[in-house]
Ligand binder design. Sequence first.
Ligand code: ADP
Length: 489
Amino acid sequence: MTFTTANRSLTPVGMFTGSYINGRWIPPVEGAVHLVVDPADGSVLAEIADTTVDECMAAVDAAQDALTSWSSTPSRSRSEVLRCAFSLMTKERDAIAELIVRENGKLLADALGEVDYAAEFFRWFAEEAVRIGGDFRVAPNGDKRIVVTRQPIGVAVLITPWNFPAAMGTRKIGPALAAGCTIVLKPASETPLTATYLVDLLERAGVPPGVVNCVTPAEPGPAVSAMLHHPAVRKLSFTGSTEVGRILLHEAADHVVSTSMELGGNAPFLVLDDADLREAVEGAMVAKMRNGGAACTAANRFYVHRSVVEEFARLLTAQMQVLTPGPGGDQTSGVGAMVSVEERDKIAKLVDGAVAEGAEIRTGGRRPNGPGAFYPPTVLAGVAHGQAITRMEVFGPVAPIITFDEDDEAIDWANDTDMGLIAYVYSSDLARAVRTAERLESGMVAINRGVASDPAAPFGGMKQSGLGREGSDAGIEEFLERKYLAMPL
Ligand code: ADP
């Protein structure tokens, strides 16, 4: 693909590297850039604009100016813009996936899966845009009619992480635009190129100037803080770590900004004594290895009944050990690069700590020498519940296995965390699996499946894993405000 418009800056990967404010690309200024690096080899992919705080505020101003017009655009028209964005994304699937591989490091198959998943949020919310409903009843005491309408909440700041650079964007942009909100998107500094691609795609789909803005400050703290103190901002939708989420909840409190927070996970994966082990291992591979383990939904701790634990560990090890780390675009790679050397080193440290605490390495476990942020698929047996690796989100291809004796014990251990995003349960007895799922403190439970995410389902967590839901009819609600009209009979 070639881009010709003069105000767009190009990089070796053919992407936009400026800030996008009020429908214009503001090219990066020399010396005020930060680097986007290919984690598979450390090479520089692009120099991206270090958006200033003033520019971030200008982006909010632009979103504010565009709000009246966009929110009063017929929902059918907003829907058609989103539907067009879905079609463009589907058509440009390969180019977007390649870009994700380059800046994130994941396998091409994972990137293609991500683009399909991401595009579905545009299609789903194109459909939801025209279904924003209201409510009507007569007051019980008979003195009035109660009419409830829904209105867009206003200007929204959307902050996304690096692990799903496309899907975490569309999961927020889709419902925001469908609801009639205008936005400022701030993507992760590791993976801004997919975001800027999406912004250009939205422009081509017909999004008017000012409705979508995109900023890429090198230091997100001050820029986001300033935006959350701009009086026009009424919504923050954030996906990232619980640590940063907590800071932003404090920041949002000053202007009582509505927040939707998708934060960390620490997903337990329960294999009960009657589970079909081949299916459980197949599910474990998906729940663990999708995205190289860099997902907040990734299975983080495997609780396996004593009667089947050895067989489960053997089968899982057999599947993990054949996956060779390598560049995401190579057909022979079984797992791609982690997003950065720093992230890879955090994984290595957790594994080294688990081994020091008595875990036994069945495969992997050693940080490779040489360039690239690679880490091998790793199975750790003999892990005890409570060890650091069961308390931290690993965010990499590491499967710690913990043995349990009673279902109650497994459920207690699964719930023994401040997080509560997703859990996995395997049992041949569906009623038993459902009873178990009902006792798990998590916003989502996958039963006899290794993946649960779906644009039509409410994604979100309990406890410190977050506030609110994305996807489904719940996703658009996050960007709408109810207005009650008290009317005479
Ligand atoms: P991860 O561990 O997935 O990188 P982070 O919570 O660090 O998660 O980052 C998620 C998003 O939050 C990214 O877009 C990042 O740039 C942004 N971010 C990080 N620190 C802050 C901060 N202090 N204020 C606002 N945004 C931040």
